[in-house]
Write a protein that binds this ligand. Structure first.
Ligand code: HEC
Ligand code: HEC
Ligand code: HEC
Ligand code: HEC
Ligand code: HEC
Length: 450
């Protein structure tokens, strides 16, 4: 505890170097983080968090599904790693605790993070202890017993052999104790980490849970788990009968542990084929686009498109929307297949043109520059996204001198998890990761020019 207080002092100076805040306030902000307090309070206890592989010996289904998920990769995947290293470098290590309470919670509780020196390359962030290296894992999630606040890692962890889950009568035959946890069957369990507020100025950086609360799904009893921990992705049946452990009884419902999401950047590397397939399905059922009009007037092609969020329990995109990009691409081709108009195309650097209809969040730093380094956020310059169960009507127009004839108009809703600009801001070496552009959904129509 005292040791961490000393580190708190370093946090203060780092935050001041950022020009963000006064020393004492920054320390208060950090000390208010429950994960940090719990970590200190629990340091004397004996229980050592286990390598997920050990849980997998009896819970093979949960393990094989979880191991390709972003939760399993939360500490060590290449994109997080680069952002973490950059953030640490810029704050002289002071921000490490903040990031790691969500991305590497066991390493924080064990005191392995903050690192002695701000890491400068991915090798420096490798943790030899498997329970620490595997990010958001079995033993961590199933030791959460409560929360103090629904944001910024406000979890309360019981560091013991008791594993908490959805059954009232689980018997783990002596390997561990079990306790019924209502919390694990609620959206609030996820909100503990899926709400990120800036640690100093409080600006909302990720607000998936708030968006969910306004979506109408809570009133219908549909929770995050129904879409993200279920291969039916939010459609009935919600029950998946099976066994929760190889030696356990038949259960009416055994939740999937894929934690399906749109980020498939690492799916190939980890061989997560089933997860990738589910991810593409999730994106497909998330939205609809419909061309409601296409015409030529005064040398302009004008295309009207309705975009509907029909399947996400929150806005599209959600989560770390300072990085995520969803946009409309519109292509008009003539009878010979020649492109006569192309809106929302990527340029040679992979950037999206300023005129494009794009759903994302733009934040600015103290100098007023747009950045994906969200810890530098001083101001939200714009936040335009598609709320749950909402249709937005968009107009896309471009100059085009078209001969009379038949044209084909195609529109696509595109998704990518981070832009080349974002990758360059954190010094990602060229070619180290490939960010796919995924077409979530599309529509096509014909247009006649008289
Ligand atoms: C992000 C947190 C999280 C992680 C990581 C996680 N679980 Fe779970 N687990 C849950 C939640 C939440 C439920 C309850 C889901 C429900 O019933 O809707 C659950 C349910 C379970 C159950 C009851 C049976 C079932 O699948 O519903 C077992 C057993 C289990 N998890 C074991 C594991 C193991 C083993 C791992 C690691 C390989 C793991 N969990 C990783 C959150 C997590
Ligand atoms: C030796 C086998 C074995 C190992 C290893 C094991 N478990 Fe279990 N676990 C079981 C059995 C059996 C059950 C009871 C299943 C049932 O009743 O349906 C169970 C139940 C659970 C439950 C449900 C608890 C509830 O009350 O709903 C969770 C969560 C869980 N285990 C997590 C873990 C985690 C995390 C690990 C690794 C740290 C782990 N288990 C390791 C055998 C094991
Ligand atoms: C201990 C904190 C924590 C808890 C609790 C937690 N998550 Fe996460 N989750 C994360 C982090 C951190 C990431 C991002 C990891 C990365 O991409 O590096 C993530 C990623 C995800 C993703 C992947 C998103 C994508 O872009 O593909 C999904 C889906 C997800 N979580 C769903 C859930 C659900 C559902 C729950 C509740 C049952 C939950 N999480 C509970 C920390 C948490
Ligand atoms: C009705 C189904 C449904 C519910 C309920 C739901 N989600 Fe999602 N979620 C989706 C779909 C579909 C996507 C893909 C579209 C998108 O990115 O928004 C998604 C995407 C995500 C992402 C990645 C965001 C991005 O754009 O990169 C995260 C993280 C996430 N969900 C977490 C949660 C959490 C946490 C909850 C509960 C508070 C939740 N979801 C509730 C369907 C759902
Ligand atoms: C309160 C919990 C929390 C804290 C604190 C937090 N994150 Fe995250 N982070 C998440 C969640 C949840 C996601 C997944 C959201 C999504 O998929 O859209 C995520 C996603 C990310 C991603 C996207 C990874 C990818 O592969 O696309 C990066 C990068 C990231 N976080 C970096 C950081 C850094 C750096 C810090 C510290 C400055 C930090 N995070 C602090 C919860 C947190």
């Amino acid at each position: 505890m005292l040791q961490r207080l000393t580190r708190g002092g370093r946090l203060g100076s780092g935050m001041m170097a950022l020009g963000l805040f006064a020393l004492s306030a920054a320390i208060t902000a950090l000390m208010g983080m429950p994960g940090v307090q719990d970590a200190a309070a629990q340091e004397e206890e004996e229980y050592e968090f286990l390598d997920p592989q050990m849980c997998g010996a009896c819970h093979n289904q949960q393990h094989s599904q979880w191991k390709g998920s972003l939760h399993a990769l939360a500490h060590n995947e290449a994109i997080y790693d680069r952002y973490f290293i950059q953030a640490s470098q810029e704050t002289d290590g002071e921000i490490e605790l903040f990031c790691a309470t969500c991305h590497s919670p066991i390493a924080v509780m064990n005191g392995s993070i903050p690192f002695d020196e701000p890491p400068s390359s991915p090798e420096d962030t490798v943790l030899p202890d498997k329970a620490e290296e595997t990010g958001v894992n079995c033993d961590f999630c199933h030791s959460i017993e409560d929360y103090t606040e629904l944001r910024n890692a406000g979890y309360v962890v019981d560091r013991s052999n008791v594993k908490r889950g959805p059954y009232e009568d689980a018997d783990a035959q002596g390997f561990h104790e079990s306790e019924y946890s209502e919390l694990h069957r609620t959206a609030e369990f996820c909100a503990i980490c899926h709400v990120v507020d800036h640690p100093v100025n409080g600006i909302h950086l990720e607000m998936t849970y708030q968006e969910y609360q306004e979506s109408g799904y809570p009133e219908e009893g549909i929770i995050c788990q129904d879409c993200h921990m279920n291969r039916n992705l939010g459609d009935p049946p919600y029950e998946l009968p099976g066994k929760a452990a190889m030696t356990g009884p038949e259960r009416e419902h055994v939740a999937d542990h894929y934690f399906v999401g749109p980020n498939i950047v690492f799916a190939e590397e980890t061989g997560a084929d089933e997860l990738k397939e589910l991810s593409l399905k999730l994106l497909e059922r998330a939205a609809d686009v419909e061309i409601t009009g296409a015409e030529v007037a005064d040398g302009q092609v004008v295309v009207n498109v309705d975009v509907t969020n029909k399947g996400a329990g929150h806005s599209i995109p959600s989560g770390i929307t300072e990085l995520r990009q969803v946009w409309l691409e519109v292509v008009v081709t003539d009878a010979d297949g020649n492109t006569v108009m192309h809106a929302g195309a990527l340029d040679e650097q992979g950037a999206i043109n300023d005129d494009t209809v794009i759903y994302t969040t733009i934040v600015k730093d103290a100098e007023g520059n747009a950045t994906t380094k969200f810890w530098l956020t001083e101001e939200k310059a714009s936040d335009y996204r598609i709320p749950a169960r909402t249709t937005l009507s968009e107009t896309i127009s471009a100059e085009a001198d078209l001969e009379p004839g038949e044209y084909t108009v195609t529109t696509m809703l595109q998704y990518r998890s981070v832009s080349p600009f974002g990758l360059s801001e954190v010094g990602m070496p060229e070619g180290e990761v490939t960010i796919p552009v995924i077409t979530m959904t599309s529509d096509e129509t014909t247009m006649t020019v008289e």
